[in-house]
Design a protein around this ligand. Structure first.
Ligand code: AMP
Length: 573
């Protein structure tokens, strides 16, 4: 870490992207390949490569206590330091005593991280963290703590590390990005780049690819303005999932790249029957087999977040995997093919296998179709892989009618996809568009919580939330508060959240707690005002929490730009 930490200091010292990547490139080149590989993972703000499911699971509170203890500071002193720095890593760098220690080698840090991840129980983990920090210099500890908290805050996203790898080892950015996407391991990408073997990178099944994302549109006219030929699908209100299937083994990954297979034990059986190895993109929904319709998200929600799904749940809330994209087949990545071809291959895959008995006859695919018919007679297990029906619209009117029909079926709206577009993992572009019901909802991050009143006196039910404010030059993002709402969540959700917030408090201010900014909520509101009440400069009128968004990472919450757009739209004459 002796070279790593100063390199981070140099990276943070400049706001210019080019200078940052040049610093990273020089640093990587100056290290051995092993060290550069580990460094690249750390510089991306991770303790382990993306494809691994390993996590450190060290709580913020525990880390806080270790820093306090090693620094010999009491709660008030550490809180004061935290107010100065706003980041526990920086606090550690400031308050930890400098011993005459040699510091720790970066490979040692990686080893320690693996031990921490493998350790069972908070006490065992804390002991290992304490040991690691006590062996490091304050500057090293600063960056170790930052990696443990998952937030390096040096204005370096993984994409900049990719650029630096290209620069450092003389490869094109495209080749680096592709290898990293296939492997899900920026360290391994460094190794291949160093040996000029990026082209050898092969897709690693069972590690999730990034999900292609959609941009919102506000009208049918706008939706049809971006491309000529569109595939139109219902926008189902469930959870996005990427299914990896190979030789009878099946894993499902969420948008946050978590393995969610256990939550849907009936789906692997349905997917394992596919005739080829495959990666499918789709939405898991609570499915009403008698009508062939999706049930509301709130129904599916009852099945989420459980360790074990009871037989009763499986019976009462059956699910289906609505497949809408085909990303990989038998060793071949399909993402560069146009959607038109991927869609045809998906049709063939699902009908060939008879997993799905989906009989939407051409004549039924009429615009006003009220209900889709699915033959489920052979599907006693009541878990199906269903090809999401695809519609066409030649005019804005037809699209409006499809939208109304989708809503009539209980779905959120429509997805409008460019038939000529490739699948771009992790990118939000204009090749996929979404047309939704409410225009004015925001996905926000909870930054502080307070105890409620009345029957909510003992639970943390009042949430202050924020959106991202991203500096366009440096790409640094910070959260700015925009509102506060009493929870519209269920009592069980509030109880679960209370427990989580107590365990992830960064600062206890007595009447309120500053919490780790990880929880994403979807909030609705009546309108928006300019106001000094919150840091964002805006306030929401009658904000209501619609639901938790456990499928979204904090980084995916809305930005101040979306807030401005909504504000401008509503104030337009
Ligand atoms: P949002 O979560 O509002 O940003 O909308 C995008 C999400 O819609 C995706 O991540 C999917 O979970 C979901 N979705 C529902 N139906 C579809 C579909 N047919 N195609 C793509 N995404 C869909």
């Amino acid at each position: 870490m002796r070279q790593f930490a100063p390199a981070c200091e140099a990276i943070v010292a400049t706001t210019k992207k080019l200078a940052k990547t040049a610093t990273v490139a020089d640093y990587l080149k100056s290290r051995s390949v092993d060290e550069a590989a580990v460094s690249a993972v750390f510089l991306s703000g991770r303790a382990f490569p993306a494809w691994e499911e390993t996590t450190l699971q060290v709580g913020g509170r525990s880390l806080w206590q270790i820093v306090a203890e090693l620094a010999g500071k009491n709660e008030a002193e550490l809180t004061a330091a935290y107010r100065r720095h706003g980041d526990l890593g920086a606090v550690a760098g400031d308050v930890l005593p400098s011993r005459s220690s040699q510091g720790v080698h970066i490979i040692e840090v990686e080893k320690a991280f693996r031990q921490i991840a493998a350790a069972r129980g908070a006490a065992a983990k804390a002991e290992l963290v304490r040991d690691l920090l006590s062996r490091s210099t304050p500057l090293e500890a600063k960056y170790i703590v930052k990696i443990v908290t998952g937030d390096l805050r040096i204005g370096l996203k993984e994409s900049l590390v990719e650029e630096a790898i290209g620069k450092g080892y003389g490869a094109t950015l495209q080749d680096v990005q592709r290898a990293n996407m296939l492997l899900g391991d920026i360290g391994q990408t460094v190794r291949l780049a160093a040996e000029s073997r990026l082209a050898d990178a092969r897709m690693r099944l069972f590690h999730p690819l990034g999900f292609m994302l959609a941009s919102p549109v506000e009208s049918a006219e706008e939706a049809l303005s971006y491309f000529e030929k569109a595939a139109i699908e219902d926008k189902y209100d469930g959870i996005r999932a990427q299914a990896h299937v190979s030789g009878g083994e099946v894993r499902l990954f969420s948008r946050t790249r978590d393995d969610i297979t256990e939550s849907f034990p009936e789906l692997p059986d349905a997917l394992a029957g596919l005739p080829r190895d495959a990666i499918l993109d789709g939405e898991i929904v609570a499915w009403e087999y008698s009508t062939g319709r999706a049930r509301p998200f709130s129904v599916l929600q009852q099945r989420l977040g459980r360790k074990k799904v009871s037989d009763k749940m499986l019976r009462e809330i059956p699910v289906a995997f609505l497949a809408f994209d085909f990303l990989y087949a038998d060793g071949r990545l399909l993402i560069d093919l146009p959607l038109r071809e991927r869609a045809t291959m998906l049709d063939e895959l699902l009908t060939a296998d008879k997993v799905v008995h989906h009989r939407v006859a051409e004549t039924q695919r009429k615009v006003r179709q009220e209900q889709l018919q699915f033959d489920t007679e052979d599907n006693a297990a009541r878990a199906s892989v269903i090809r999401a029906p695809v519609f066409r619209a030649a005019s804005a009117e037809e699209l409006e009618e499809l939208f109304a029909a989708a809503q009539e079926r209980g779905n959120e709206g429509l997805m409008i996809k460019d038939l000529n577009s490739p699948y771009t993992p992790g990118k939000r572009g204009k090749a996929w568009l979404k047309m939704k019901r409410e225009l004015a909802t925001l996905d926000v991050v909870v930054t502080a919580v307070e105890y409620g009143h009345g029957k909510r006196i003992g639970v943390l039910s009042d949430y202050t939330f924020a959106v991202w404010d991203r500096d366009s030059d440096t790409n640094e993002a910070r959260l700015v508060n925009i509102g506060k709402a009493y929870s519209g969540l269920t009592d069980t959700e509030i109880a679960d959240m209370t427990k989580w917030f107590l365990e992830h408090t960064i600062e206890d201010q007595g009447f309120r707690r500053i919490v780790e900014p990880k929880i994403v909520l979807e909030v609705a509101f009546n309108n928006m005002m300019k106001s000094d009440r919150h840091e964002s400069g805006y306030a929401l009128r009658f904000p209501r929490i619609l639901r938790l968004r456990p499928d979204k990472l904090a980084e995916e919450a809305d930005t101040i730009d979306s807030v401005r757009t909504i504000y401008d739209r509503q104030t337009r004459p």
